[in-house]
Design a binder for this molecule. Structure first.
Ligand SMILES: Nc1nc2c(ncn2[C@@H]2O[C@H](COP(=O)(O)OP(=O)(O)OP(=O)(O)O)[C@@H](O)[C@H]2O)c(=O)[nH]1
Ligand SMILES: [Mg+2]
Length: 355
């Protein structure tokens, strides 16, 4: 696809305000910018409030076909949650073999982003840990579904080679694979899933992958959300095909409106001057924060006791307090000692009951 032809320059404004941007050269007026800025602050406060009283941060997994904009979306989420500028935390680019050239296998990876890595302000909010799931192709084989089950139920550690687990399943059969991996104690159970797909009707809709993710999410009772990237795509060029694609995406996943967002990611195609390297574009943040507010709304399963999650949470808290030690040294020292005692007790408990 020729991006220059397919994307309308500065269509961001038109999309958000539903008006023809060509007349005004796509620029936001001061009033419109101010409105977006205020809306962002409101939504950000809502999101923070929702994470103030939770016991541990949610684990939110991001999955979608190669190249659909998962990492770009994560960076947009991180920019939305902050108040200074965009950073590239999740590396953007083609890490997988998108075209399946020479029959090479795509490397499946997990990369997690705890709050300490992406949140640059003070504040003891339990913002989620996001997990970027790369290299999952349009495949609904039993082995892929089992691999997804193991990841989402928290049986796979970040550094493990996912392709090796799938190869083990192919060599020994699905039952042996289940017996071998499902007996492990959970390391990090996923609480929410965001399924990402491009709005571009010229890219294939990965229906087999969607089917597997939905099956596993339903099995594990994990709420999933849909995100359509490339919402800056030229609506005039594609006409009804865009509505059809949105409708299909929703139908395949069985999603209600409130669990779906069309977003425009921070990227050079959207802002050729890359002004976002110096500042934020609140117009892009608003739809993302609206979805995040839904995602962060507590669910009964969130407080299920998984000792490993608590150990992770305690270590995150200690790290966070050391990072943002704006209080007096005495307070910090006391809090550190308390956190340390809790961490030791949690580890002893974990060792005693789970190993
Ligand atoms: N115009 C436009 N381009 C986007 C958008 N989101 C992502 N892109 C571009 O799409 C390309 C792929 O984005 P990535 O974020 O690396 O995609 P990914 O899904 O993480 O890719 P893999 O990790 O390799 O599977 C990059 O060139 C991005 O700049 C968007 O909303 N609009
Ligand atoms: Mg990526």
């Amino acid at each position: 696809m020729d991006e220059d032809e397919s994307y309308e320059e500065n269509s961001v404004v038109g999309l958000i305000y539903g008006r023809d941007t060509k007349e005004k050269n796509g620029e936001l007026t001061d009033e419109e910018y101010g409105h977006c800025y205020e809306r962002k602050q409101e939504l950000l406060q809502d999101c923070k409030r929702l994470t103030e009283c939770v016991r541990k941060p949610l684990n939110v997994a991001i999955i979608g076909p190669p190249g659909c904009g998962k990492s770009s979306f994560l960076n947009t989420v991180f920019a939305s949650l902050n108040s200074d500028r965009w950073y590239e935390y999740a590396k953007i680019g083609k890490f997988g073999n998108h075209e399946g050239v020479m029959g090479m296998q795509v490397t499946r990876r997990l990369r997690s982003f705890p709050k300490e890595e992406y949140y640059r302000q003070n504040g003891l909010y339990m913002l989620p840990t996001f997990i970027d799931m790369t290299g999952f192709e349009d495949d609904d084989s039993v082995i892929t579904e089992e691999l997804l089950f193991l990841i989402l139920s928290g049986k796979v550690k970040e550094k493990e080679t996912l392709n090796d687990i799938a190869t083990y399943g192919r060599l020994h059969g699905i039952t042996t694979m289940q017996n071998e991996y499902r007996k492990r104690s959970p390391y990090r159970r996923i609480n929410r899933i965001i399924i990402v797909c491009s709005l571009n009707p010229d890219s294939a809709m990965p229906t087999a992958l969607f089917k597997s993710v939905v099956n596993v999410a339903n099995d594990l009772d994990i709420t999933f959300y849909g995100v359509m990237t490339h919402a800056d795509i030229c609506r005039e060029k594609y006409g009804n095909r865009l509505q059809e694609r949105e409708k299909l995406f929703k139908e395949y996943l069985g999603l209600p409106e409130n669990r779906l967002a069309s977003v425009i990611n921070y990227c050079p195609a959207v802002d050729t001057d890359r002004s976002y390297e110096d500042t934020l574009l609140p117009a892009l943040d608003v739809p993302v924060l609206r979805l995040l507010r839904q995602i962060l709304t507590p669910e009964p399963n969130d407080s299920d006791t998984h000792t490993a999650d608590y150990v992770n949470a305690v270590f995150s808290t200690i790290k966070s307090r050391l990072y943002h030690g704006s209080r007096s040294f005495i307070t910090l020292k006391n809090e550190f000692m308390i956190s340390l005692v809790i961490a030791i007790l949690a580890m002893l408990f974990y060792k005693f009951f789970y190993q």
